[in-house]
Design a protein around this ligand. Structure first.
Ligand SMILES: NC(=O)c1ccc[n+]([C@@H]2O[C@H](COP(=O)([O-])OP(=O)(O)OC[C@H]3O[C@@H](n4cnc5c(N)ncnc54)[C@H](OP(=O)(O)O)[C@@H]3O)[C@@H](O)[C@H]2O)c1
Length: 254
């Protein structure tokens, strides 16, 4: 039985960085299963890694492809030691200006596909395994102009926190990763119709930093991983201050 790590969204940004850092850590995994739609990117990544990789170029919102994934797991019966759910995207713009199709696509990928991938992998996870879920600091507060994205990330945080409680009995640990802006291709996609607040961009960090902390927090069995002081402060303020006050301050910063 192979010991494996599964990473969704491995073709770019944070997911790709997870593959690189886990490879460097020499975790003695037999293989990484790398999932995303862009096959060339996954092949490129795989050729840089020492760990053997299985390339699964697939769209995780496509039910036929997810059925193939389920059958592959059933056939191979791997021991999934770590699942990293990174595939996700966001689009800025108001609920009225974005099309329903675009907003539903965020819900399907960030919520439904993440949940489905988790459910499909769980039967193959052993004691002491880890699940790392990419949420976002957007999970801490409803956000105008990013309403559906922020709501999907609140879902990821809530779902993963509850899942972590449920899995305690099996000795499987779930960590939700909630960074602020990270320097990846994410923003190019997110800013198709709108711009991020410049103050937010001041808190931008590298994917390397987010992933290093996330891996450390996952090994320490922490349910939440928040990188960088400004975002930690934002998290605390969101818990302490009334929402209308925070919304007012955010408007002033526009
Ligand atoms: N960057 C940020 O500022 C930031 C901040 C907080 C949280 N996050 C979260 O972190 C995660 C990773 O984002 P990132 O910054 O690394 O963005 P990214 O560079 O755009 O990476 C997104 C990844 O998701 C994959 N993906 C998108 N749609 C997919 C689909 N239908 N099926 C399979 N894979 C799909 C993409 O690969 P293909 O296009 O090849 O399919 C890509 O590998 C996301 O969940 C994002 O919401 C990002």
């Amino acid at each position: 039985m192979e010991n494996i790590v599964i990473i969704t969204g491995a073709s770019s940004g944070i997911g790709r960085e997870f593959a690189r850092q886990l490879d460097r850590l020499q975790t003695k995994m037999d293989a990484f299963w790398l999932i995303a739609r862009r096959k060339e990117r996954l092949n490129e990544l795989s050729s840089d890694l020492r760990t053997k990789c299985r390339i699964l170029d697939m769209d995780i919102t496509d039910q036929e492809q997810m059925e193939d994934f389920r059958l592959l797991l059933e056939k191979e019966r791997p021991a999934i030691r770590m699942l990293v759910n990174c595939a996700g995207f966001g689009l800025m713009g108001t609920v009225q200006t974005l099309s329903y199709r675009e907003q539903e696509a965020m819900i399907r990928l960030n919520c439904a596909a993440l949940t489905q991938t988790t459910c499909l992998c769980l039967p193959y996870m052993k004691k002491n395994s880890r699940i790392i879920q990419m949420a976002s600091s957007a999970a801490f507060l409803p956000q105008e102009n990013f309403a559906v994205y922020a709501a999907t990330k609140s879902y990821v945080l809530s779902f993963s926190t509850a899942l972590g409680q449920e899995l305690k009995a099996r000795g499987i640990f779930v960590t939700s990763v909630c960074p602020g802006p990270v320097d990846t291709e994410f923003l190019e996609i997110a800013e198709k119709y709108g711009k991020t607040l410049s103050v937010k961009k001041l808190t931008m960090v590298s994917a390397g930093r987010v992933v290093k902390k996330a891996i450390r927090d996952a090994y320490r069995k922490k349910p939440l991983s928040v990188c960088a002081l400004p975002i930690k402060a934002f998290h605390v303020l969101c818990k302490l201050l009334p929402q209308p006050l925070i919304f007012g301050v955010m408007r002033l910063l526009k």
